[in-house]
Design a protein around this ligand. Structure first.
Ligand code: TTJ
Length: 668
């Protein structure tokens, strides 16, 4: 660092930069050196993050009550422009620093948080690093501020400015416009995806009900794409939208909405049950950041839901119990005392729920593998209190909805109890003497820190995998038979399914309520399927199955997808394996650089590879690439499954039309 400062000074002495730019450079240099530390990655996700970072500042202004519209445009050359109608970033000189507050926002790390004081901020969250980071990572950035009187303007190049902020005109309104071009020296790609921005901005619009957010793709003047999103009903409308998108049938007409502020924590919950089985959809957010791994807010709501539903169920039970006794008591038939109501399990109560939980708090702590879990302990009791009080009140006001939900829980509990019985009966009959499936080629190690199981579709691929593997730590389980549609299946059906049962048995963990991660027999569970549509289908089914019946397996990062190559490019003894068309072309160019002929083979399926090739390309830990499956990937698979397998034709058709590129889009 010291060295760099000296360099900066010398450049100034050469007259290249003014004193102010030194300040900016010193502050933002680390951002350009290690961008990943600030925005997660320099790939597509990091690129899009720049937009959210800027938009979040405007959302904060909306949360403070001063901004009603945010307008985002993708301009030609992938320049982004964000306009809000807030108060405008203050332009006056900040006396501590001696420069304009607006300049500080764009040149000092974390300077953003110092303004506006108090309230709930969505910026400053997970990667909420502020506008200065966006500035540092942009080839150029311009800010224009309307304060109701004057227009203020400043320009930055890679975070540095040559001119102070200046007045360029007059104005009769207030607001902030930020325009920037992400730096191609930093990002692997600078091409924005309209879909990605649209998804995220829609989420923001739902999470901040009433706020109008529009997105315009103006890159091609011949083909302008745009959408304005404004949801007066906030997360209530989000539930309705999600249900419609999945084609889910609802169990009761009303979307239940609970909100309140407790201990400075703003809590909002919306939920509705569907007629599905085995689905439980929770989408939670903390300060507008999606918490894919859940956390304290989800726990608080689940506890409240358990308590309130069981309280009402107990009341019902006691009422009907008394009635029964009056009618049925016959002389001489004593000892028929009813057992006290034991309560339904959380899983039974949550079956088929579709819920959104959004909290806003002064400072979030994110934990977990992907930093997607809300850790603040004070959030759980706050959500519990708001949810249990408001839900009790809601059920008192809407006894018909309460009745439907209590009945659903009762049915669900009965099905689960039946499943448990079916499982116990099956346990003994189907398995080998050692309790393992007959087709499993087990490994010799038993230490889960090294063991892996490959779940392989097809007997021929299974054969190659068995021969090619390292049998010390790699087990192979070929799949056969008809795959079960997991969508409508309850746990008892899983235990009667020829294809899924061997997986359950091989993993050793049991499923659903019985699931016990301690019993897991392999540290890595690897799905190995062909790189074609059938393979995608199998993968989607298996992920849906894991998502529904063994979710902790995914949450704790045990599930992977193997990545078999698509092509073999050979020139004599030189062989390269390519995982994409682009890679194939590169290898053809490389091996055929002298004009010689290369031989290209396309693998249609895993079965076409011999054991040695399969080992080298897909199974050898030294050379293979595998994708770890995140809960989000699995949730996506689950959503797709619901749409593809559900009985609603319309959403399915719509989905297939919209996802002609399904195989490419599915990032699993
Ligand atoms: C701060 O407190 C005084 C009044 O203005 C508050 C403020 O900073 N408002 C504000 C910031 N509105 N909009 C922004 C903003 C908008 C964009 C698009 C980008 C950035 C970095 C800030």
């Amino acid at each position: 660092m010291a060295e760099e400062t000296v360099n900066d000074v010398s450049r100034v002495e050469n007259g290249e930069y003014g004193a102010d730019s030194i300040q900016a450079l010193k502050g933002l240099d680390p951002v350009r050196k290690r961008p990943g530390m600030y925005i997660g990655s320099t790939g597509e996700s990091g690129l899009h993050h720049l937009v959210y970072e800027i938009v979040d500042n405007a959302v904060d202004e909306a949360l403070a009550g001063y901004c009603t519209e945010i307008d985002v445009s993708i301009l030609p050359e992938n320049v982004i422009r964000v306009i809000d109608n807030g108060r405008g970033i203050p332009t006056a000189i900040n006396h501590a620093e001696g420069i304009s507050a607006a300049t500080m926002v764009f040149t000092m790390l974390h300077a953003g948080g110092k303004f506006g004081g108090g309230g709930y901020k969505v910026s400053g969250g997970l990667h909420g690093v502020g506008a200065s980071v966006v500035n540092a990572l942009s080839e150029w950035l311009e800010v224009e501020i309307h304060d109701g009187k004057n227009v203020h303007f400043q320009r930055f190049d890679r975070g540095e400015y040559k001119e102070e902020i200046k007045i360029t005109g007059t104005t009769d309104h207030t607001g902030t416009t930020v325009t920037f071009k992400p730096d191609a020296e930093i990002f692997h790609t600078t091409v924005f995806s309209y879909e990605t921005l649209n998804d995220r901005l829609r989420e923001k619009a739902f999470l901040n009900g009433g706020l109008k957010i529009s997105l315009h793709d103006l890159r091609d003047p011949e083909n302008i794409v745009e959408e304005t999103m404004r949801y007066e009903g906030g997360i209530r409308e989000y539930i309705a939208w999600l249900n419609k998108k999945r084609g889910a049938e609802v169990l009761h007409p009303d979307i239940i909405y609970l909100d309140g502020v407790e201990n400075g924590i703003m809590v909002e919950i919306a939920f509705q049950y569907t007629t599905d089985f085995n689905s439980e959809v929770f989408r939670s957010f903390a300060n507008d950041i999606h918490t894919g791994e859940g956390g304290m807010h989800e726990l608080g709501f689940k506890r409240a839901l358990n308590k309130v539903v069981n309280d009402f169920a107990k009341q019902e039970f006691e009422k009907s119990g008394k009635n029964k006794k009056k009618k049925q008591v016959k002389p001489g038939k004593k000892g028929e005392e009813e057992k006290p109501f034991a309560g339904y399990s959380g899983e039974a109560i949550r079956e088929a729920i579709n819920a959104i939980i959004a909290v806003k708090l002064p400072e979030c702590e994110f934990e977990g593998q992907t930093k997607g879990k809300l850790g603040n302990p004070e959030v759980q009791p706050a959500v519990y209190k708001v949810a249990s009080e408001k839900l009790t009140y809601y059920f008192e006001e809407h006894p018909e909805t309460m009745q439907i939900i209590v009945n659903k829980a009762a049915n669900s509990q009965a099905a689960r109890d039946a499943a448990k019985k079916a499982m116990e009966a099956k346990r003994k009959s189907v398995m080998d003497s050692n309790g393992l499936p007959g087709k499993l080629a087990d490994c010799s190690e038993s230490d889960v820190s090294v063991t892996e199981i490959y779940i392989v579709e097809g007997d021929s691929a299974g054969g190659s995998a068995k021969e090619g593997r390292d049998r010390r730590f790699q087990a192979i389980l070929p799949l056969w038979g008809k795959m079960l549609n997991v969508e409508k299946a309850r746990a008892d059906k899983v235990y009667n399914n020829d294809k899924l049962l061997p997986i359950v048995k091989a993993l050793g963990t049991g499923i659903a309520e019985e699931f016990d991660i301690e019993k897991l027999r392999y540290g890595r569970v690897i799905i190995m399927a062909d790189a074609d549509v059938d393979g995608l289908h199998i993968r989607t089914l298996l992920l849906t199955f894991f998502f529904r019946f063994m979710r902790p397996l995914i949450e704790q990062g045990h599930v992977y997808c193997a990545q078999p190559p698509l092509f073999k490019v050979a020139r004599g003894k030189q062989v390269r394996y390519a995982f994409s068309d682009e890679e194939r072309d590169n290898y053809i160019a490389e091996l055929g650089a002298d004009g010689g002929k290369t031989d290209v083979q396309r693998y249609k399926g895993l079965g076409e590879m011999d054991p040695v090739q399969l080992w080298e390309t897909t199974m050898n830990p030294e050379t293979r690439t595998m994708l770890r499956v995140s809960v989000e990937d699995a949730a996506k698979a689950d959503e797709i499954m619901t749409i593809l397998m559900g009985d609603k034709v319309e959403p399915r058709r719509e989905f297939i039309e919209q996802n002609a590129r399904l195989a490419e889009n599915l990032d699993i």
